[in-house]
Design a protein around this ligand. Structure first.
Ligand SMILES: Cc1cc2nc3c(=O)[nH]c(=O)nc-3n(C[C@H](O)[C@H](O)[C@H](O)COP(=O)(O)OP(=O)(O)OC[C@H]3O[C@@H](n4cnc5c(N)ncnc54)[C@H](O)[C@@H]3O)c2cc1C
Length: 92
C-alpha cells in the first residue's frame, strides 16, 4: 500500500486568490514574490498570448489586431523567441 505523506502539504495554500484579472493577478504576484504559497482560481477560459487573437475574433471583432512582444531574452535566442511569439499568435 502506498501513502503519499506529502499529499496534504501539496494541496495546502497560505492564500487563495479568486479571479485572475488585474486585481487578483497583481495580488497573486505580490503574494508569490513574498514567498506566500498562493493558489489562483479563475472561472474564465485560459487566455494567453497564444490564443488572445482567437478569443477576440470569437467575440465578434473582425478588425486588424497587432501585438507588441517584448524581448524576454538576450541575443539571438531573444530575437528568435520574439519571431516565434509572432508566428504562434498568427496561426488561428
Ligand atoms: C469593455 C471594457 C473596456 C475597458 N477598457 C479599459 C481601459 O481602456 N483602461 C482601463 O484602465 N480599464 C478599462 N476597463 C476597466 C477594466 O477592465 C477593469 O477596471 C478591470 O479589469 C477590473 O479588474 P478586476 O481585476 O477588478 O476585475 P476583472 O478584470 O473583471 O477580473 C475578475 C476576474 O475574476 C474572475 N472571476 C469572477 N468570479 C469568479 C469566481 N466565482 N471564481 C473564479 N473566478 C472568478 C473573472 O473571470 C475575471 O477573470 C474596461 C472595461 C471594460 C468592460
Amino acid at each position: 500500500m502506498n501513502f503519499n505523506s506529502k499529499g496534504e502539504e501539496s494541496i495546502t495554500y497560505d492564500a487563495i486568490v479568486v479571479g485572475s484579472g488585474i486585481s487578483g493577478g497583481w495580488a497573486a504576484k505580490e503574494l508569490c514574490e513574498k514567498g506566500v504559497k498562493t493558489l489562483v482560481l479563475e472561472r474564465g477560459r485560459m487566455i494567453d498570448h497564444i490564443n488572445i487573437f482567437k478569443h477576440i475574433h470569437a467575440k465578434g471583432y473582425t478588425g486588424i489586431l497587432a501585438m507588441e512582444h517584448g524581448n524576454s531574452g538576450g541575443g539571438k535566442q531573444g530575437e528568435l523567441a520574439v519571431i516565434h511569439a509572432y508566428k504562434t499568435t498568427s496561426t488561428f
